[in-house]
Design a protein around this ligand. Sequence first.
Ligand SMILES: Nc1ncnc2c1ncn2[C@@H]1O[C@H](COP(=O)(O)OP(=O)(O)O)[C@@H](O)[C@H]1O
Ligand SMILES: [Mg+2]
Length: 271
Amino acid sequence: MGGILAVANQKGGVGKTTTAVNLAAAVALAGHRVLLVDLDPQGNATSGLGVARHELERHVYHLLMGGAALDDILRPTAVENLAILPAARDLTGAEIELAEMAEWEYALADKLRPAAARFEVIFIDCPPSLGRLTVNAMVAADGVLVPLQTEYYAMEGLTELLATVDSIRAGLNPNLTLAGIVLTMYDGRTNLARDVEQEIRRHFGELVFKTVVPRSVRLAEAPSHGLPVMLYDGRSQGAEAYLELSRELLRRYRFSPPESAHQTENSGAAT
Ligand SMILES: Nc1ncnc2c1ncn2[C@@H]1O[C@H](COP(=O)(O)OP(=O)(O)O)[C@@H](O)[C@H]1O
Ligand SMILES: [Mg+2]
């Protein structure tokens, strides 16, 4: 599988951004070159990684809709190997403006192409809807990662989400896979969490990551310090969970090196 993963679930508050930020950081800490694309107008991934939204002159909106170059928008983060394509409020306008573009579904895929040559893994943090931004993310992606909050209504809305993935695979992006389901905000002290986990595993089997992300105050605190949890409190349960999840992800999918590395190898072999 290629290395572009859309972190999606049309429900808000299920752990998309927390997963995108901390999993991206964990994969970067393992030595891979990682890009996080903030595709949510709320810009939580952006502020969570310490980039001040109001100071941004250009952000992902200007890449998507305008002629801004990737390099004008990319920002470094406190994690070596992790860059972010930040977002700010006016990305909201893209939902409507995209409709007026020819082949709007491919806007992000086209604009991310140069990034795919430079980063091994790209995470896209999606907004809480199945609108045009999320469709763009799924068309650009190789896989969809679905965070599910381990609570009673966890699977509500999942049918619609999976149907969206299927229809994009059937038409706009035949390569798209369901890369996995991540259980978040797990409270192991309750029977409810265990019951819900069992039910989801029975339903989705191997698709569900073995690693479960516990409810952890540190995970909720870290964004206000502009840091992923590993740099905020590396010994917390939340940090350990996302590091473990990153190892499981990297075992499951051997992401191919960036295209530029391929080209070097190929040209080396040809001479
Ligand atoms: N495992 C967790 N433990 C504690 N709080 C969490 C955890 N995951 C997410 N949160 C908090 O729950 C809220 C919603 O999470 P978030 O990742 O922003 O969800 P989404 O992006 O799906 O809307 C945030 O305030 C976040 O800090
Ligand atoms: Mg979010």
